[in-house]
Design a protein. Structure first.
Length: 266
């Protein structure tokens, strides 16, 4: 389909309430803000210049009540899926790599892991996107309504967004209504900025490093552990880390840091 036809298709989808945006042949977003910019506003969609590129496709961010189970046979997705009960009949897309996208409904706000197993990714609102028909190489196998996410899958994927960093230092150097001392707050601000600025390839390592350093300061009385870890986890999710993975990385770095208390120089 030519670029003009792809834009027309995207506008039809937007009017139907599907949040769309242009992606290139490599599936990279062609709009500032990436998949977070996905829109149902027809005027906004039509204004994006990415639609004029050769080979443009339609990207879609799942709605808050939707989840997409992305199965890639090349990376063992079929083998992983075979370990679990069958998915219900639901809206299903064939991808250009001969994979499958299974669309299911969930309760808005449900926290889910980003991966079921090798070759099976989980795309949900604010945490990823998929390419949809009529993009080249994509077609519907089942175009009907979305089924409700089965209980077994929810039990496998849902995560508790919690992390207990331990008790605060016995002699905190800040007031109870504060997150930390001026020294600790400056370190927290710098750490969060470093995490926001890191590229895709170094997010886990940077989160571990920042958590380690802030854990040291928390043990030294410079930072409130609960508020600090909450801020760290929020930014980790903001930059695209899977929440369950972020909690694991944060936990390792934090508990290594609290074993080496550090306070502000006097």
């Amino acid at each position: 389909m030519k670029a003009e036809g792809m834009l027309d298709a995207a506008l039809r989808l937007a009017r139907e309430g599907v949040a769309v945006f242009p992606v290139g042949p490599d599936k990279a977003p062609l709009v500032s803000g990436g998949f977070h910019a996905a829109s149902t506003d027809a005027e906004e969609v039509a204004a994006w210049t990415g639609w004029v590129f050769e080979g443009v496709m339609i990207g879609c961010q799942p709605a808050e009540n939707q989840v997409v189970i992305d199965v890639d046979p090349r990376n063992g997705g079929d083998n992983t899926l075979a370990l679990f009960p069958a998915l219900p009949r639901t809206r299903t897309t064939k991808t250009r790599s001969d994979g499958r996208h299974y669309w299911l409904t969930i309760e808005p706000g449900t926290e889910m892991r980003g991966k079921l197993g090798p070759g099976v990714d989980v795309k949900r609102h604010g945490k990823g996107y998929v390419v949809i028909p009529p993009s080249a190489g994509y077609s519907y196998i089942v175009k009907g309504r979305m089924a409700k996410c089965p209980r077994w899958l929810l039990e496998e994927l849902t995560v508790s967004r919690s992390f207990t960093p331990g008790e605060a230092a016995t002699s905190p150097r800040y007031f109870p209504f504060q997150t930390g001392s001026p020294y600790g707050m400056a370190a927290l601000k710098n750490g969060l900025a470093e995490l926001r600025d890191v590229g895709d390839g170094g997010r886990h390592e940077t989160l571990n490093k920042v958590a380690f350093g802030l854990g040291m300061l928390s043990a030294g009385g410079e930072l409130d552990p609960d508020k600090t870890c909450e801020a760290l986890l929020d930014v980790a999710v903001e930059i695209g880390l899977d929440e369950a993975d972020a909690v694991d990385v944060l936990r390792r770095g934090w508990f290594a840091g609290v074993k080496q208390p550090r306070s502000a120089p006097r």
